[in-house]
Structures are given as C-alpha cells and as structure tokens.
Design a protein around this ligand. Sequence first.
Ligand code: NA7
Length: 532
Amino acid sequence: MTTELDALVIGAGFAGMYQLHCLRDRLGLNVKALEAGGGVGGTWYWNRYPGARCDSESHVYWYTFSEALMNEWEWSERYPGQAEIMRYLNFAADKLDLKKDISFNTRVTSARYDDAANRWHVGTENGESYSVKYLVTAVGCLSTANVPKFPGLENFKGDWYHTGQWPHEGVDFTGKRVGMIGTGSTGIQAAPVIAAQAKHLTVFQRTANYSVPARNAPLASEFKQYVKQNAKGIRAATRETLNGMAFKIEDRKAVETPAEERETLYEAAWERGGLQFRATFQDMMVSKEANDTAADFVKRKIRSIVKDPSVAALLSDIDHPYAAKRPPIDTDYFETYNRDNVTLVDVKSKPIVGISEHGIVTDDGEYPVDIIVFATGFDAMTGPMLRLNLTGRDGVALKDVWESGPRNYLGLQIAGFPNLFTITGPGSPSVLCNMPVAIEQHVDWISQCIEHMRDNGLETIEAKPEAVDQWVAEVNELANKTLLPQAKHSWYLGANIPGKPRVFMPYAGGMVRYRETCDDVAAKGYEGFALA
Ligand code: NA7
C-alpha cells in the first residue's frame, strides 16, 4: 500500500514542525511528517545527556511566526535546558495540532525520484511507502551520531553511550568510574554534571577547546515581563544580525583598540558570559591578529582557573583561532579539573588505540572505567542527508553527486533532485546562525515557492547546474574570507569524520545577506531554478 500525498516532511524538530504547519494550514496541502524519534523535538529528543542545554538565549530560541505562541510561553532560565525545550516543542505541537499528522518511530530509509510520474517515492524502515510531489528534508545538521570505530568496543564489559542517543531513563553515575571521550560543546556541558555524581571522571581530550562561561541563571520576573512586552522588537532584532541573535557585533576593531581597553572589554564580556563574547570586536573572525587577542585572553583565563599547571597547560594548548570551531559556553567546565575525582588525559600525543573489556586503551596504557560516554559529535550536515539514500533524476544517487562535498543552490535545492527542498542543510547559514531564525526563513521561503508553483500551474522546480556551481564557489569564497576554515579538526569542515571530504559546509556570509539573496532570487522569478 502506497500512501499518496501532496508533500512529505522528513523530521519533526523545530524545522519539520513549522514546515508541516505551513504546508498544511497555510497552503492547505495534504501533507504528513515522518519522524524517527518517538516524539517531536529533533535534536532535543535525542540529546538528553547530563547538562544538555541550548547556547542561544531563551528569548531568541523559539518560534516567532505566531504571536499567540509567543504570548503564551514563558522561559524560566537564561538558556533553555533540554527538558524545557522539549516541553516548549510539545506545547507548540499541541497548540498547532500537529501530532495527528506526524508518524513517529518512522525512519526514512530511501527516497527515489520517478522522472515519468514526477513523484518522490519514499520508503521507511517499517516498510511503509509514500508517493508525493514535494519532499522537504528537515533532518537537522547534527543528527547522525559519530561513534569512532575503536577496536574492541564490542567486548567492553561496562556500559557505553553516545551523548546524541542518550537513554530516556537517564544514566546513574553514582559510584562509577566514567571515561568521557570528547571536549566539544557537548563534553564541555556534560563533564561538570557527570563529575558531580560519579566516583571518578576521566576526560579524554584530543583537541583542546576554548570555552566562555555561560552564566546561566533563572530569569528575573522583570526580564520575563520585558520579553513579553518586547517580543516583536526582539524578533525584529534577530532579523538584522549576521547570526540571528538579538545582540549586535560591535563596530570597533580589536587591532585598533589599546591593549588595556581591550582587556577591560574582554573582561566585561567574560563576566556577561555566553556566545556574545564573540561579538566584542568586529574583526575577531576575519583578522588573525585580532583573533589572537581573544584567544590569548581565554587561554590566560583557563590558566588562572585550573590549579594544576600541567592540566592547565594541556587545556590551554589550543591549536585553532577562537570560534573557528563552534565556540562552547559552559558552567564550571574548567573549574571541574580542580576536583579530586577528575583526570584529564591527552589523547593527541597518545591516541586511543582501542577499548578493552575493562576500559579505554591509549598509547600510554589502559584506563579502567565502568561507563564510557562518547561525546564524539556527529557526521554533521551531510550525514543526515546521505543517510536518507536519496536518488534523483536518472537514478543518480546523492552520495555520488556529493562524493567530493555538498553541492546545492542556496542550500535549498540540489540539481537533479526536482521538488526536493532541504531545510538548513549545507550551503545555508544554518549552524552559524541561531537555528530557529534560520529555520523560519527557510520554511517561509520553501512554502512561498510551493505556493508560487501552485498558483502558476507549475509541476517542477529544480536548481540549474550552473547556479549550483556559482553557489558552491560563493560559499567557499565567503568562508575563505574568515578564519573559520583554519580550524583543521572542525565538524564545519567534515574533518571529524575519517574519509569525509574537507569542505567548509555552512554559508558564512551572514543571515542578512543570505535572506536578501534568497528573496532576490524569488523576486526575479526564481532565478537559477528551472521551473516547468
Ligand atoms: P564536536 O564539537 O564534534 O566534538 C566532538 C569531540 O569528540 C571533539 O573534542 C573531538 O576531538 C572528539 N573526538 C571525536 N572523535 C574522536 C576520536 N576518535 N578520538 C578522540 N576524540 C575524538 O561534537 P559535540 O557533540 O561536542 O558538539 C556538536 C555541536 O552540537 C556543537 O558544536 C553545537 O553546535 C551543538 P577533535 O576536536 O575532533 O580532535
């Protein structure tokens, strides 16, 4: 039995939920969403590890398309935690009555374009099949967990978990020796919480990382009131910044600011906490000299917090510019290394060679542990798309089209894959932007495009190969104007996955320019797309 629909949305996180709402309630299409998880929430459904929290502040981390939703919700903390975000997304799904049109526990395993019928045939793990005109992927950027292939893991006698596939019932670390691999945003959030409960925590660090205090706190009732009264203004502010946040990147340059004044400004930003640290100077991400001033400041902070000089040296031996990898923010991360029950192991100089029955084995010997936590990240951006096994026109597989890296137009469409739209994938600002802002822009654009097609009796829209070539070149050029590609181990570059092509994947030109480009393309009759 094949279910015939106008459209199918893959995923029911922030993106899939809004896309379902737009296509069903604004355009009146016959549409469904398929979701691998047992509920809505996307990344927040899976990432239930201790300390999981959003790095965007709560007053900008929500839907802004509906005043009713904004009026009825109130966040409790400066940064929303995983459980509160799940409550919010369930609240939104219920308000919009979305769940009745979402199939949960339904993983898409194939999607094939049928040239003759101009339909997408979509298959699921459960053996269901769908035939649809429009297919929209809302699969997130960080949904394909990366568990490194360490030999011997299958023989490990303890328990192991990847942070992105965390058990719903939680993990009790009481009295346990825990080994955690990875010091990205996730490891940096998890370490203090695990250390507070476990008998011992050993952190295995390959690349030392910067982190700035988050300074999370409950929101004061005055601030909650301010958000309620200024919701529209806050929304407008997030549409005017490069990164979809409500704060502006300062106009001043680090290289033109006297050292003493610079130090005062960094100190104030450190005290304020959060991703805003990156906005202290406008040249921080384009000038190595400017960036070095921030890098040096954070490294000095690390050395002042961590009491053991050899541990402090390892933690501050950072090999990339500040924020060239996704910059973490934390609650007591560096302070955690002052605890008696925490050990740092350098696996850059002495790599992990395997897992034994009883622990983690490096070039230096065996570290016995009861539980291994893999905070080892994701096959980012392309991973979730490739896992869908997409086949376009003439039976061409996406994995072949993207063999040397992602190729698309505006990050929205792939040549040879008609009527397939991707939300916040590679080639779009996505992970360099506050995600709900990027998602709302993409979903609005896609929905208006489908409406345009319907109103004009059009059957297919497809990116032109020459538009793809130009877009890929522009994405590369914009990245190369920044320091972002200089972090050799970054998941932005695919460098965390062995064998993955090294291509800087997100669009680094900023959300404002990106939005203007997409609007301009639409205003010019969808320039760069073939419409038929
Ligand atoms: P990240 O940022 O990709 O971090 C993964 C960490 O795991 C990082 O420190 C890696 O070291 C480490 N890692 C990965 N593979 C290995 C192996 N084989 N050996 C040792 N260490 C390894 O993932 P996160 O989950 O922390 O964050 C992902 C995003 O989620 C985050 O940026 C936010 O946008 C939200 P490496 O740096 O590669 O040397």
